[in-house]
Design a protein around this ligand. Sequence first.
Ligand SMILES: C[S@@+](CC[C@H](N)C(=O)[O-])C[C@H]1O[C@@H](n2cnc3c(N)ncnc32)[C@H](O)[C@@H]1O
Length: 274
Amino acid sequence: MTTTENPLLTMIREVCALGRVEFERPHTAEGDPGAGRALVRGLRAVDPGGEPSDISLSLGLLAPRAPYFDRLVLAAIAAQVPQVVNLGAGYDDRALRFRRSGVTFFDLDRPGIIADKVRRLAATGTDTRHLIPVGLDFRTDDVAEALARAGHDATRPTLFLAEHLALFLEPDDVLALLAGLSARAAEGSTLALTAEVHPEGLDSDRVVSVVDQEMFGGGGPLHTIQARDAWLALFAKTGWTVEDPDEVTAVGHFALPVGGQVVQIQTQFLTATC
Ligand SMILES: C[S@@+](CC[C@H](N)C(=O)[O-])C[C@H]1O[C@@H](n2cnc3c(N)ncnc32)[C@H](O)[C@@H]1O
C-alpha cells in the first residue's frame, strides 16, 4: 500500500538526516566516514509550508542519541554479531560507516525513502554489497516476513535498531513490530529503541493530543507516547527483556502543559535482549 506521507514526518526525517552529519562520528576500519555527507547531498529540510526548517532544533536530541546507537553497533560488531537491522533507517549512514566483512546491514523504511536512498548510494559510488535495502510500511507489512524475504537469518544473532521510529507509529503497530522482531531474534540478539515517555499517571492519548497541538499545530505526526512502565510491559509482552530496567537513559524532548501542570516528555533509550 502506498499512502501520502505526513509532511511533518518528511520534515523530521530530513532534519534528522542533516543534523546527524553535523557531528564527528566513529567508523570501522573498512567503513566510509564521508558516506553520511555524500548521502544527504542536496537534501533540504523544509516545513509543510515550504519554508526551510531549522535543523539546529534536532542537534540537542541527536547529540546523546546518535552516539548511543553508534556504540551499540560497534559493540555488536566487536562481539561478531553478523546482522544489523536498522528500522526506520531514513538516511542514516551506519551501514556504510560501520561496514565490516561478515556483517550484513538491513535498512528498512518506507518504499519511497528506500528507493531514494538506493539512488543516492548509487550516485556516491560507495560499496553497498553488504547492505540490503527493504522497503515496507510498518503499519501494514509484517516485519518478520519482510526480513525473511530479504534474506535475514533468524538462526544467527542480530542487532535491531529503532532510533526515532516508534513515536511515529500507532501503539498497536509498535506492538506488532516488537513481536515481529522477537520472532526473528536468535539468542544473542539485541533490540535498541527510542521510546517517548511521559510521567506515570497521565492519560497517554491526552498527552499525544497535547503534544500534537502544541508542537505540531494538530499536524499529527506522533502517535505513541507512554509511561515507562507501559513501555517495559510492552517489551515483556513481546518477549524482550529490558537491560537495567531501573536505570533511565534519556534526553528531554518536550516540556508542555498537560492538565494544568508542566509535563516533561523524555526520549528514553531502551536496550533489550530476547
Ligand atoms: C525521524 S525519522 C528517523 C530516521 C533515523 N532513524 C534517524 O534517527 O535519523 C523516522 C523514520 O521512520 C520511518 N517511518 C515512519 N513510519 C514508518 C512506517 N509506517 N513504515 C516504514 N517506515 C516508517 C520514516 O520514513 C523515517 O525515515
